[in-house]
Design a protein around this ligand. Structure first.
Ligand code: AMP
Ligand code: ZN
Length: 136
């Protein structure tokens, strides 16, 4: 399903040109327009899902194998030293385009980037309470 006025629907389905790295029936992988490192790419499903809360299981199940395949290829071709794979859900988590996408970020020893969220500080008791809240 497509959504009107969704830029990633248009890109994923080829209506807006992009620097495509890979395409199949379900996905297009493109270079990010404002990369954080050389090779920063995005996996876009061709169907519209707002984010992880909405993506269906069968599409979701294909995302990680594709991320792995892209990471292997890009590491070979770009000679990067590591890789971050992540995706953001809702504004608070940094989502700015509301069509599910997974970021593929090659990392280089000298890229001067960081990927750090400092610990928020929780006691053992607080951790127990969080576990209970989730599984209870
Ligand atoms: P997020 O903040 O997780 O929603 O990520 C959105 C990403 O999409 C950012 O890294 C943007 O640089 C990227 N982006 C936005 N518009 C385009 C576009 N037209 N083509 C390629 N990448 C885009
Ligand atoms: Zn969309």
């Amino acid at each position: 399903m497509r959504e009107e006025d969704c830029i990633f629907c248009k890109i994923a389905n080829g209506e807006i040109p992009s620097r495509t790295l890979y395409e199949d029936d379900d996905f297009r992988v493109i270079l990010d327009l404002n990369p954080v490192t050389k090779g920063h790419a995005l996996i876009l499903p061709k169907d519209h899902y707002r984010n992880l809360y909405e993506i269906d299981d069968s599409t979701a199940a294909k995302v990680l194998p594709l991320a792995r395949k892209m990471a292997v290829t890009m590491t070979e071709k770009l000679g990067c030293d590591g890789f971050n794979v992540f995706q953001n859900n809702n504004e608070i988590a940094g989502q700015t385009v509301f069509h599910f996408h997974m970021h593929l970020v090659p990392r280089y020893d000298d890229d001067s980037q960081s990927f750090v969220m400092p610990p928020c500080g929780m006691t053992e008791e607080q951790l127990d309470a969080v576990r209970d809240a989730i599984v209870g």
